[in-house]
Design a protein around this ligand. Structure first.
Ligand SMILES: [Zn+2]
Length: 116
């Protein structure tokens, strides 16, 4: 008890039905503005702007602003997931929003996601 089955967020050991109802209003699994970016990890993403993405994963909440990352830093962050930025761009068919989302997801997973 106490953990949302949909998104994995811990709601407290004595969470009541009211606590669940309040949570469901903001639960990423129940609100269409959140995209599920990793089903197994219960990772969700909300697009704030072309360069800002908010992630939720089992109670962790983090906004990634790509403007805070230099191109060198970006290359470094995606290196564990893709061979190069060029490869990532090809993989995303050069869709800028898609590319940015994947980069933000890499940054979130490398630095902020809870342990799996
Ligand atoms: Zn939830």
């Amino acid at each position: 008890m106490g953990t949302c089955k949909e998104c994995g967020e811990f709601l407290g050991g004595s969470a009541s039905i009211k606590d669940y109802r309040d949570h469901f209003k903001i639960c990423p699994a129940k609100n269409p503005e959140w995209i599920c970016t990793d089903k197994d990890a219960k990772q969700y993403c909300k697009v704030i702007s072309k360069t800002e993405f908010e992630f939720k994963e089992r109670g962790t909440n983090k906004v990634i602003n790509l403007n805070e990352y230099s191109s060198e830093k970006t290359e470094e962050e995606i290196s564990g997931h893709y061979n190069s930025l060029a490869q990532l761009k090809e993989y995303c068919n050069n869709d800028e929003e898609e590319i940015n989302l994947v980069i933000a997801e890499c940054i979130f997973e490398n630095n902020f996601a809870p342990p799996r």
